[in-house]
Ligand binder design. Structure first.
Ligand code: TZP
Ligand code: MG
Length: 205
């Protein structure tokens, strides 16, 4: 699988997103057919320190066994300590240039919410872009204004060869619109973590 294919069904999750054991949620999502996983331990109720590390390491092991791309959100130290395949950063996170210099082979993802962010980002140094929030989301308290699927189209016009994943408020119902706009994949939290039947939800995405 190339990176674009790996980004197709992208689960983002931390313990704060889970009403039950994160490992069993990940297992069910893997059975359902996710292709990438991002460990995003962040916000109210999230784990810190060794608890965070232990959970990340356990989730990473599951991904390794299943052959699924494992990406760490934000935390460059954790990414290094785990020797993870990839890191996803936002606009305010540690600068992409330094990460790229130290880790030439890492998969680096960058969030861009609007043209101003895109113009001011080192987009040539990253491997994929996260575009959104495409729709309103309740999973991220400080989310930017909704960008709609138009933003994905615009990014693909500007950088046709750059894989883009849509993020924010994506459900089994609207995921097709994100793909039709040119995205390589859909990155979701609640559509999977809050699904009654996780395997089915991943299949429908
Ligand atoms: N970044 C932009 S929106 C978002 C993140 C991490 C949250 C996505 O969660 P959900 O539940 O899929 O809307
Ligand atoms: Mg961030």
């Amino acid at each position: 699988m190339n990176l674009e294919q790996q980004l197709r069904k992208y689960l983002i999750m931390g313990s704060q997103d889970c009403d039950r054991d994160p490992l069993s949620i990940l297992d069910e999502a893997i059975e359902g057919g996710i292709t990438a996983f991002q460990f995003r331990e962040k916000g109210e109720g999230s784990l810190q320190g060794d608890e965070k590390y232990q959970l990340a390491a356990a989730l990473q092991q599951r991904c390794k066994t299943a052959g699924i791309l494992f990406i760490v959100n934000d935390d460059v130290d954790l990414f290094r300590r785990l020797n993870a395949e990839g890191i996803h950063v936002g606009q305010s996170d540690e600068h992409v240039k330094g990460i790229r210099e130290a880790h030439p082979d890492a998969v680096i993802g960058l969030s861009v919410s609007d043209l101003h962010e895109w113009e001011n980002s080192p987009v040539d140094l990253v491997d994929y872009l996260g575009a959104g929030p495409v729709y309103p989301t309740t999973s991220k308290k400080d989310a930017n204004p909704v960008s709609g699927t138009e933003w994905i189209k615009e990014l693909k016009e500007r950088q046709p060869d750059m894989p883009v994943v849509g993020i924010g408020g994506i459900t089994t119902e609207n995921a097709h619109r994100v793909m039709e706009a040119g995205a390589s994949g859909t990155a979701v939290i609640s559509a999977i973590t809050k699904a009654e039947d996780i395997r089915k939800a991943v299949g429908e995405l």
